[in-house]
Design a protein around this ligand. Structure first.
Ligand SMILES: NC(=O)C1=CN([C@@H]2O[C@H](COP(=O)(O)OP(=O)(O)OC[C@H]3O[C@@H](n4cnc5c(N)ncnc54)[C@H](O)[C@@H]3O)[C@@H](O)[C@H]2O)C=CC1
Ligand SMILES: O=C(O)C(=O)Cc1ccc(O)cc1
Length: 304
């Protein structure tokens, strides 16, 4: 196997993403050693049982000792507090990164705590499932998925390249963009769809008991897909919506306008309008599949 890219990766937060990174770094030889640090004693105990880290004592100094890559894998709302707690233990020249689903807010929270000589390069793998916790992770989660890096303008190109090689080694395709652009794109492609899923499942749940059981019994694939998304972690998604408020509200405004157009077509019996609209959206689906990015493949979200 090719040389590891980092001597030691320390993963802070060992849920779905942190534990997947631990497994992937080992299975694909991206780091020589893996350390895990999680605020929850239960999670730390589970990490030890699973045997997915070389260092899992729960002590920040021990976890970060010799780590040339440290990745914050906690919900985005606590990234700043985590960075503040880690700052004193970061090795000079280390690369600090994260996996948060929102980037501007993470940069604002973390950057003030980054010691001089430490390279901070935020990242976001567009890969996940509705499951959370250390048991949910698997090493192939990042295969053929995008990982977006949002390096600051003055980032060391060698550090950016090294982080990109790490993600490529564990199977991801890497792209670089600004945090602002990332947050607008993801507001539309990930955050708004999750909000819609939470809302439609909530709407179904608001019906009386009879209707609710019928919804479950006859749930066709459209509704079932929404229930999968709406089963995603409440803490993680609360933090995403609060951290990407402006972009999500903008996309929600556009969404509501477009929904009103569809509503009017139905009310007016405008079959041609509906058919034209649905033909346009069907073409988008086809182009996603042609680009090999059908994340709704039948085995998506299952452990491999
Ligand atoms: N779940 C998904 O599908 C994806 C999640 N992300 C991002 O990855 C991050 C982690 O998400 P998951 O792994 O799904 O979450 P998770 O809920 O499975 O795991 C989060 C872990 O962080 C730990 N934690 C919380 N506060 C902490 C602190 N102060 N110090 C140390 N550990 C702490 C928790 O105990 C938990 O074990 C989030 O920022 C999320 O936005 C990114 C891509 C996909
Ligand atoms: O489970 C799904 O369908 C997802 O969309 C997973 C996901 C959740 C959050 C992210 O920031 C990226 C990917």
């Amino acid at each position: 196997m090719a040389e590891p890219i980092f001597a030691r990766v320390a993963l802070v937060g060992a849920g779905l993403i942190g534990s997947s990174l631990a497994r992937a770094a080992r299975d694909f030889g991206a780091a020589r050693a893996v350390a895990i640090l999680d605020a929850s004693p239960d999670v730390m105990a589970r990490v030890r049982d699973l045997g997915i880290a070389d260092e899992a004592s729960g002590d920040p100094a021990a976890a970060l000792k010799g780590a040339d890559l440290v990745i914050i894998c906690t919900p985005v709302g606590v990234c700043g507090a985590v960075a503040e707690q880690l700052a004193a233990y970061l090795e000079p020249g280390a690369l600090l990164s994260d996996v948060g689903s929102v980037k501007e807010s993470v940069v604002a929270q973390v950057a003030p705590h980054v010691p001089p000589g430490v390279h901070f390069i935020p990242a976001h793998p567009i890969a996940g499932t509705e499951f959370s916790g250390p048991d949910a992770g698997f090493s192939t989660l990042f295969q053929n998925r995008w990982c977006i890096l949002t390096p600051p303008g003055d980032a060391d190109p060698a550090a950016v390249d090294r982080l990109a090689r790490f993600w490529t080694r564990i199977g991801a395709r890497v792209e670089t963009m600004s945090p602002e652009h990332h947050d607008r794109v993801l507001a539309l492609t990930s955050h708004l769809p999750h909000l819609i899923a939470y809302n439609i499942v909530g709407t179904a749940d608001d019906f009386g008991e009879d209707t609710r059981s019928e919804v479950i019994k006859f749930s066709a694939s459209g509704f079932r897909d929404f229930t999968r998304i709406a089963a995603s972690d409440p803490t993680m998604w609360r933090d995403i919506f609060l951290s990407n408020r402006e972009a999500v509200l903008e996309m929600l405004g556009r969404f509501n306008e477009d929904l009103s157009v569809l509503q009017r077509m139905i009310r007016r019996g405008d079959g041609q309008g509906l058919h034209d609209f649905f033909s346009r959206t069907r073409a988008i689906r086809r182009s996603i599949i042609e680009q090999g990015q059908d994340t709704a493949a039948p085995d998506f979200g299952r452990r491999k």
